[in-house]
Every structure is written in structure tokens, then in C-alpha cells.
Design a protein around this ligand. Structure first.
Ligand code: ZN
Length: 297
């Protein structure tokens, strides 16, 4: 994204270093991300947008000249490959889980995806990794109902744009409001459970809101699989938001998601990294998330 940008390569280095330092890597089946099949991408994005973005990002790659998509979002020479592999990871993880190779999967990917709408890149996002994977599960793999859970500090406006009105999907989210992208206060469909949270809210109140607003709807929906937009920028150390979550809150949220998955979905969860920009807090929070998913105490 350019020098000094918070959405930086060091985010994934911090996660990998911490997993190794804590020995958690040993409990995980680590796989490389393949490039996505653009037919899967077109389940969530318009074919016009996909073609336009491919042309733009291939030009950036061949000329080596970065291009600003919006004031926050810049494409560099490696962006196209990263975009293909981030979405490819989500789809490959979905297949691995549906095929029973693994119970659940976490995709440590960049760039994030949940701000990318059906036909617009924005807010560090190009392809909506989670929406693509969810549609792949429904349309290519024949599932009937999937839930999307988004706990990034920012509202997942792109996912909402793609998912609203499609009753095969239920999206539950929690986000600071007001904050970029300043949407979400009024949900765009009856299959959206949006929970806006005021700045400076801490873990106990966030947990209460999740318990009251998410859990009854998730239970009633009985998802066959759960996708997670796992952003860790609601952490108290993260400067892109003003919420006060800590590692134990991320473990608790993951546990509640896993409870639903265990009851209705055979434990099937695919979680994809979204935000999280305070490197130490990001790495520790991802580890807390993974300990629950991987049954590591
Ligand atoms: Zn975010």
C-alpha cells in the first residue's frame, strides 16, 4: 500500500513470528494459498468489475507504477497476485473444510476484503474474500445456509452489499459507529444483524451485545458452515479504532462462534483475516482466536 501504511507486510510477519515463538504453529496444518478461480470471484463481484480490476492491476504489475484506488487504498506491483491468493486461500479453506480434511481453517491473508462491494474496491480491500468463499460454499458446493460473522472494528459494508437480501446467508456484525465507512447503522436487509457500538466501549459490553443480538439469530438460522471476517482492530492497542477489546475477548467471541458451529455445522468454520494494525496485539489476538479453533489450551 506504500510506505507508512498500516496495512503492511509486517502484519503477517508478526502473526507468523508469534505462532512460531509460542509453539502454536506445531498444532496447525500450514498451507500455501493458491490463486483463486475468477469464476468463484464472479459469484460475489460483477464480471465488469473483475475485468476492470484485473486490467488495472495487471498494468500496475507490468509497469511497476503504483496506482491509488482511493485515498486509503493503493495498488502496487504485487497486489494482483496477493488479491488472487487472498481470495484463493478463502476458497481453498472452504473446500478443505467441506471435504473434511480439516475441521476449521484460518486464512492469514492480505489484502483484507470486507469493504470491497460487488463492484468497488475501497478501504484497503479489492476482492471480498469472505463473500466469495461463502458464495462458493453455497453455489459450487451445494450448502443451503451459511452464516457470516464480522467482528472487525469497521463495518463490513462490502459484505453487506453482496449478502443483503440473499436469505441463504445470515450476516451478524459488530463495529464501532461512527467510524469509517460510516455505514451499517441501518441494515440493508432482514438477513443482516448490524450491531453498532459507540467509541470507547470495552469487552464486557461488547460480549453482552453479542450475546443478546447475535446468538439468538445464529441459533435460529442453524448455519451449515460459518465464515468469519476476523479483524482485530477493535483491540485497545489499535489506533484505527477506539474500542477496548483484549485477547481474552477475542477468545470468548471465537468460543461463542464455535459453540454455534459445533451445534449446527459440525464445527465447520473458515475465518479470514481482515483488519488489525497494532502488530503485537494483532499477533496475540490471532493466537487467541486460533487456540480456540484448534482446540489448544
Ligand atoms: Zn477494520
Amino acid at each position: 500500500m506504500g510506505r507508512g501504511h498500516p496495512e503492511c507486510p509486517q502484519r503477517l510477519d508478526a502473526i507468523n513470528d508469534h505462532l512460531r515463538a509460542t509453539g502454536l504453529d506445531v498444532a496447525l496444518d500450514m498451507r500455501d494459498a493458491p490463486q483463486v478461480d475468477l469464476r468463484d470471484v464472479e459469484l460475489a463481484h460483477s464480471s465488469g468489475y473483475v475485468a476492470e480490476l484485473r486490467d488495472l492491476l495487471e498494468t500496475v504489475r507490468s509497469t511497476g507504477r503504483p496506482r491509488a484506488i482511493d485515498p486509503d487504498t493503493t495498488a502496487g506491483p504485487a497486489t494482483w497476485d496477493a488479491v488472487l491468493r487472498a481470495a484463493g486461500a478463502a476458497v481453498a479453506a472452504t473446500d478443505a473444510v467441506i471435504d473434511g480434511e480439516v475441521e476449521s481453517a484460518f486464512c492469514a491473508v492480505r489484502p483484507p476484503g470486507h469493504h470491497a462491494t460487488r463492484d468497488q474496491a475501497m478501504g484497503f480491500c479489492f476482492f471480498n474474500n469472505v463473500a466469495i468463499a461463502a458464495r462458493h460454499a453455497l453455489d459450487a458446493r451445494g450448502l443451503a445456509r451459511v452464516a457470516i460473522v464480522d467482528f472487525d472494528v469497521h463495518h463490513g459494508n462490502g459484505t453487506e452489499d453482496i449478502v443483503a437480501g440473499d436469505d441463504r446467508m445470515l450476516m451478524v456484525s459488530i463495529f464501532q459507529h461512527p467510524l469509517y465507512p460510516y455505514s451499517g447503522a441501518v441494515p440493508k436487509g432482514t438477513n443482516m444483524i448490524n450491531v453498532p457500538i459507540p467509541p470507547y466501549t470495552k469487552g464486557p459490553d461488547v460480549r453482552d451485545a453479542i450475546e443478546a443480538m447475535w446468538m439468538p439469530r445464529l441459533e435460529a438460522f442453524r448455519p451449515e458452515m460459518i465464515f468469519v471476517s476476523a479483524g482485530f482492530d477493535a483491540h485497545r492497542d489499535d489506533e484505527l479504532g477506539q474500542l477496548g477489546l483484549v485477547e481474552a475477548d477475542y477468545a470468548w467471541i471465537t468460543r461463542r462462534i464455535k459453540d454455534v458451529a459445533d451445534r449446527h455445522a459440525g464445527g465447520r468454520i473458515v475465518s479470514c483475516l481482515e483488519g488489525g494494525y497494532a502488530l503485537g496485539a494483532l499477533a496475540r489476538s490471532v493466537a487467541a482466536h486460533l487456540r480456540v479453533l484448534a482446540h489448544v489450551d
